[in-house]
Design a binder for this molecule. Structure first.
Ligand code: ZN
Length: 372
């Protein structure tokens, strides 16, 4: 055995002092047999760093697995998107899978460069049941999640913005979001020069909710008169016209929309969708003005209410035409979250949830260093 070794902190060649007790790392299976590496790692005496345990080339200090094993485990977790299945296939515990994922995400975050991020999205996700929220910051151009924080208050907002360097913050041109005040304030504080774009999917959701409320109110009145015209028609009014099946199309024609309050609400909704098809701002503004007039003169309280909300925020709605961003990517990660949630044991706590999102959607380089 050599009498000298390198200090893990400064790399200086130092005298070996003693050896630690035997440690064991799980390595890739050999002929389907579980394979382990045993080693008593030497400690060196460094003039600067005192008595210190050397690094081993096959693993990181925190792990009970070799780098080769962790790399394979990461691939398997990605392929199965199910932590329990990956744990079973690797013959390790759920907690060990959790540890591998956490280390991988930590590595990935440390390796992130601070490249420009011109377009960002900030969005809320419901986390667990019972109205718990998480705030997710996404890089729209790079199609990746930058960070996730618990809740959707100003503290959470500050936390996700901290994932960016000052240089990156200066590169932000626009941020896509809902009307949620904490998100708006956060952007104004952290990226004061960036435009705010209220996301079209969120806006159309408000509109859809208004249509649905009108339908509900009208249905109630009809049913009092034993008229079931609107029974079972909820989804017809929520669906986009072009997605109707043949049956739904004829169903819809038979409704005689002009006679119905919900028909009038629906018309306003369909009309509003055109706003995002404009190329230039001036005609878009004219269009909205006309739409606003027709919405506020519809005598439909829920429609009037959302129209006023849209008018109040209109500058940050029409900014879409310049930047053309939406929260579609953030919406897309829902399916990944659902998938992970559905797999065994789901999310036990917020930390699990954040780790899973960053692992699968963070665009991170998760692998351990190449083994020498
Ligand atoms: Zn040293």
């Amino acid at each position: 055995m050599p009498s000298t070794g390198n200090c893990p902190k400064c790399g200086k060649s130092c005298t070996i002092h003693d050896k630690r007790e035997d440690r064991i790392w799980r390595h890739l299976d050999t002929c389907q047999l579980r394979t382990f590496i045993h080693c008593q790692i030497p400690r060196v005496i460094c003039s600067e760093h005192k008595t210190i345990t050397m690094d081993v080339p096959w693993s990181s200090n925190m792990s009970r697995f070799t780098n080769h094993f962790e790399r394979f485990a990461i691939d398997l977790i990605k392929a199965t998107k199910n932590r329990q299945k990956a744990a079973d296939l690797l013959r390790i515990s759920w907690d060990e899978i959790d540890g591998i994922m956490k280390r991988a995400v930590k590595r990935g975050l440390n390796r992130r460069s601070d490249d420009a991020v011109p377009y960002l999205g900030i969005d809320e996700k419901s986390f667990l049941k019972g109205h718990k929220y998480a705030t997710v910051l996404t890089d729209i151009t790079g199609k990746r999640v930058l960070d996730v924080a618990e809740n959707r208050d100003s503290k959470a907002v500050d936390m996700v913005w901290k994932s960016l360097s000052d240089k990156q913050k200066q590169s932000v041109q626009a941020v896509s979001m809902d009307f949620w005040q904490a998100y708006k304030t956060g952007a104004e504080i952290h990226v004061p020069n960036a435009a705010i774009v209220h996301d079209k999917f969120h806006i159309m959701k408000y509109m859809n909710d208004a249509v649905d409320m009108v339908r509900k109110q009208e249905h109630k009145i009809y049913m009092k008169n034993k008229d079931d015209t609107l029974k079972g028609k909820k989804y017809l009014f929520l669906k986009n016209r072009e997605n109707f099946t043949k049956e739904q199309r004829s169903d819809f024609r038979e409704l005689n929309l002009d006679q119905l309050a919900v028909g009038r609400a629906w018309n306003r909704k369909e009309l509003l969708r055109n706003l995002w098809n404009y190329t230039y701002e001036k005609p878009a503004r004219n269009f909205f003005q006309k739409w606003y007039y027709s919405a506020t003169h519809s005598r439909l309280e829920p429609v009037i209410k959302v129209a006023k909300l849209f008018k109040k925020h209109f500058e940050n709605i029409v900014s879409f035409l310049k930047h053309r961003i939406t929260n579609a990517f953030a919406e897309g990660i829902n399916s990944v979250i659902q998938h992970i949630k559905a797999s065994a044991r789901g999310f036990r706590n917020f930390e699990n949830y954040r780790t899973a999102i960053l692992f699968f959607c963070g665009g991170l380089n998760l692998y351990p260093q190449e083994t020498r």
